[in-house]
Design a protein around this ligand. Structure first.
Ligand code: SAM
Length: 286
C-alpha cells in the first residue's frame, strides 16, 4: 500500500513530501555527505528527520529549513536532537543563505555552508538556482532529485540530456552523480526514479561571464530550438560572420557547444549590445 501516512504525519502533496524510510539509502546518503563534527551543515526540508537524525548525531549543531509548520514544530521538540537543531521555519526559495553565512561568522571561522536535502521535486530546479546565487559561500551541496534532473545536471555536450540546466549548473559547480534511489525508498513512493547529486561550487569560475543575463539569453535561445542549426537558432543575435569569428561551426546545434563556447558568445553580446532591451528569461526546463 502506498500510504501517505508516515510516523504519524500525513504527507502533504503541495510541499512535495515523500519521506525516506530505507535505512540503506539513508546511510548511503549520509556517507556521501560525510558530515564532520564542527562543520556548518544546513538541511533543506528535514521533514520527519530521516536525514536530520543521522547527520545531527555526527555534528555539534545543525540548521534546518522547513516550510511545513507542523513538521517544524515536531523538530523543535525532537527527542534527542532539539538542543542541536536550529529550526528555521520558512520557504528555502526565499531564504537569504548569505545572511546566514554572515550571521554565523563563517568567514572568520574559515568555513562555508554545507547544504543538503531530499528536495521537494516541484521546486528543485528554481531552488538550486536560488542557491547558485550564494555559490561563493557554499562548500558543497548534496541533493536528492529526480533521476532525470540529475542526468541533465551531469550531462556532457553532444548528448540529449545536455541543456540549459547543465550549463547553468556546471557554470557554477562541479557536478557528480552519487547514488540512484528507487521509488520504494520513499513513503509515499513517487512515480519517478530518484538520484542523489553532489554539487561543489568552483573556487574560481572557469568560464566567467560579464553578465549572467546574456548566458541565460543565448542558451535559452539556442536550446529552445535545439534541432535547428545555430546559424538559424541564433540568427537574431549573431550574423553568420560573427558566429564564425567566435569559433562556432554554423552547422552545429545547441548541444554541440561547450560552456566555454556559450560564455564566449555571452560576453560578445555583452560587449556588443543589441537594440532590443533585456527580456524575461523563461523557466529553466528545456
Ligand atoms: N528530508 C525528509 C526525508 O528525506 O524524508 C523529507 C523530504 S520531502 C521530499 C521534502 C521536505 O521539504 C518536506 O519536509 C517539505 O515539507 C519540505 N519543503 C517543501 N517545500 C519547501 C520549501 N519551499 N522550503 C523548505 N522546505 C520545504
Amino acid at each position: 500500500m502506498n500510504s501517505k501516512r508516515h510516523l504519524g504525519h500525513t504527507a502533504r502533496k503541495r510541499f512535495g513530501q515523500n519521506f525516506l524510510h530505507d535505512d540503506n539509502v539513508i546511510q548511503g546518503i549520509v556517507s556521501a555527505i560525510y558530515p564532520q563534527k564542527e562543520q556548518y551543515l544546513v538541511e533543506i526540508g528535514p521533514g520527519l528527520g530521516a536525514l536530520t537524525e543521522p547527520v545531527g548525531e555526527q555534528v555539534e549543531q545543525l540548521t534546518v529549513i522547513e516550510l511545513d509548520r507542523d513538521l517544524a514544530e515536531r523538530l523543535r521538540h525532537h527527542p534527542f536532537l532539539h538542543q542541536k537543531l536550529k529550526v528555521i521555519e520558512t520557504d528555502a526559495m526565499q531564504f537569504d543563505f548569505g545572511k546566514l553565512y554572515n550571521d554565523e561568522n563563517l568567514a572568520e571561522k574559515g568555513q562555508k555552508l554545507r547544504v543538503f536535502g531530499n528536495l521537494p521535486y516541484n521546486i528543485s530546479t528554481p531552488l538550486m538556482f536560488h542557491l547558485f546565487k550564494f555559490h561563493d559561500k557554499i562548500q558543497d551541496m548534496h541533493f536528492m532529485l529526480q533521476k532525470e534532473v540529475v542526468k541533465r545536471l551531469c550531462a556532457a555536450p553532444n548528448s540529449k540530456a545536455y541543456g540549459r540546466l547543465t550549463i547553468m549548473a556546471q557554470y557554477f559547480c562541479q557536478v557528480m552523480p552519487v547514488l540512484e534511489v528507487p521509488p520504494t525508498a520513499f513513503k509515499p513512493a513517487p512515480k519517478v526514479d530518484s538520484a542523489v547529486v553532489r554539487l561543489i561550487p568552483h573556487q574560481n569560475l572557469p568560464h566567467p561571464v560579464k553578465d549572467l543575463y546574456w548566458l541565460n539569453r543565448v542558451t535559452s535561445q539556442a536550446f529552445n530550438q535545439r534541432r535547428k542549426t545555430l546559424r538559424n537558432a541564433l540568427s537574431t543575435l549573431f550574423s553568420a560572420e560573427n558566429l564564425t569569428a567566435l569559433g562556432v561551426d554554423l552547422n552545429a546545434r545547441a548541444e554541440n557547444l561547450s560552456i566555454a563556447d556559450y560564455a564566449r558568445l555571452a560576453n560578445w553580446l555583452y560587449d556588443n549590445p543589441l537594440v532590443e532591451s533585456k527580456t524575461e528569461i523563461s523557466d529553466l526546463d528545456d
